[in-house]
Write a new protein. Structure first.
Length: 75
């Protein structure tokens, strides 16, 4: 199935955000939006998406809570 996957990984520690992103992309491979609440998870998810051929756009939603929204589309 193609389309948009939305994943909320807030409160989860690595590698769970990357594993959930990978699993969602197996089902919905064109676009994904991932919410994370740590800089480590942000970096790891961005790295995974970049290595698997996605264009990434990250927005900081809350600097105090380190909450980010990572949007990615297949190149």
């Amino acid at each position: 199935m193609l389309g948009l996957a939305q994943i909320d990984t807030r409160g989860m520690s690595c590698p769970q955000p990357v594993l959930m992103t990978k699993k969602a992309l197996e089902v919905c491979s064109t676009e994904v939006t991932v919410l994370v609440d740590s800089k480590t998870a942000k970096s790891n998810v961005e790295r995974y998406l970049n290595l698997t051929g996605y264009t990434i756009n990250t927005v900081e939603l809350d600097s105090d809570a380190n909450t980010f929204e990572i949007s990615a589309k297949k190149k």
